[in-house]
Design a protein around this ligand. Structure first.
Ligand code: SF4
Length: 397
């Protein structure tokens, strides 16, 4: 029986080995802010991942063979900077000891930026940690949503933190949540990020998922959204500022000249992203699914790094049902959607958040973030090509 178990692990290792290039570790579920659109279900919970759990997570990933040769560990799913630096110093050593032999690990923090100071900058530099700051634009946009627990806007402290990171040579990226407020102040948004010019600006369109039961981006804003994106993308193409994550990704797709790939979105591919929560609970697919209780999906882990093997997780009926339903949704996307080649079937957390199930294709989120945005990017690229070379049309079909 034991031999059979070992054989099963070997087969799974062969099938899934080296697949995880993003490991999300939830040092704590707690967040010091109270943003209006936050999806985190336990942001009041001050639990902290123990170092025994960090070690168990590292050993588990090594034993299962899931970690890719190069893997990013993102400390997130709560505000990472509320934990002390010496806790991270030990956690990083533990991960290097347990997992670093066959995997090159890059650590990354996605932070709200309010606690950045010189000591943190030194720590980031000493440990070669990449830093991403969540900032929605100038105060008039940012302070409408990103609030302290006493409901005060955080722009002043975030921009101070961002500028300190930049001054210290840490070259932070920025993720901005795009909401109805952004559309109202689109020119101010573009001016602000043109001036700030972060290494990369990612657009996160406000999502209906987890604790954020509704999004301000309803269909009534479609025209305004198109105007905003056209202005932003046109400006970025003409001036090179801001460097938009989404545009860089689209240009990579256009540049790709190999055979068409069986592309799938990393969030709907099992074990591409692994999230381990503060108690060692094992989650995969979209990180936002960890703890997100919607309809029949209760957000609980598929297993725990202290007691379950990869084979146990693969055999778990809940994992199998979730994967089957996600695969059905992806198959519907592949069959019906001309954007599949660049999208890969969307994020399960958006499908669940909007409809209560995974086996659907289109979501409001993909209408904006994939369909509309890629059409705007393509049409702006076409226009600039036309200026140089005459009539040119890019078609995704
Ligand atoms: S754009 Fe939407 S419908 Fe199309 S593949 Fe992506 S998730 Fe599916």
């Amino acid at each position: 029986m034991a031999k059979l178990g070992q054989l099963g692990e070997l087969v799974n290792r062969k099938r899934y080995g080296g697949r995880t290039d993003l490991l999300v570790l939830q040092g704590t579920p707690f967040c010091n802010l109270d943003c209006t659109y936050c999806y985190l279900p336990s942001r009041d919970d001050k639990r902290r991942m123990s170092h025994e759990t960090v070690a168990a997570a590292g050993r588990w990933m090594a034993r299962a063979g899931l970690a890719a040769k190069k893997m990013t560990v993102v400390w997130h799913a709560g505000e990472p900077m509320v934990l002390p630096r010496d806790w991270y110093a030990r956690a990083i050593d533990i991960l290097n000891e347990t997992l670093g032999k066959n995997t090159k690990i890059t650590h990354a923090f996605q932070t709200n930026g309010v606690l950045v100071n010189e000591e943190w900058c030194r720590f980031f530099r000493d440990h070669k940690i990449k830093v991403g700051v969540s900032m929605d634009g100038p105060a008039v946009i940012h302070d409408a949503h990103r609030l302290t627990r006493s409901q005060i806007g955080t722009f002043k402290s975030v921009i101070k933190g961002y500028r300190l990171l930049a001054h210290e040579g840490l070259d932070p990226t920025v993720i901005a949540v795009v909401s109805k407020t952004t559309l109202r102040h689109k020119d101010a948004f573009i001016r602000f990020f043109d001036d700030l010019n972060p290494r990369q600006l990612g657009l996160n369109f406000e999502e209906q998922e987890g604790e954020n039961a509704t999004s301000t981006l309803d269909t009534a804003n479609d025209r305004e959204m198109e105007q905003f994106l056209t202005k932003l993308v046109g400006h970025a193409l003409r001036t090179g500022r801001p460097r938009l994550r989404e545009m860089e990704a689209m240009i990579q797709v256009l540049r790709y000249s190999g055979k068409p790939r069986a592309l799938r979105h990393q969030e709907n591919t099992p074990f591409r992203i692994v999230t381990i929560d503060a108690d060692g609970g094992f989650h995969t697919f979209s990180p936002e699914l960890a703890g997100a209780a919607v309809a029949n999906f209760d957000g609980s882990p598929f297993g725990n790094v202290f007691q379950d093997s990869l084979s146990d997780i693969l055999a778990d009926p809940r994992f199998r049902d979730t994967q089957r339903e996600i695969d059905l949704g992806v198959a519907m996307c592949a069959q019906n959607c001309k954007y599949f080649r660049i999208c890969g079937g969307g994020g399960p957390s958006n499908k669940l958040g909007e409809s209560g199930r995974f086996d659907i294709a289109e979501t409001r989120h993909c209408q904006i973030s994939m369909k509309l945005l890629s059409e705007v990017i393509l049409s702006e690229i076409e226009q600039s090509l036309r200026k140089d070379t005459g009539k040119t049309k890019i078609d995704l079909k």
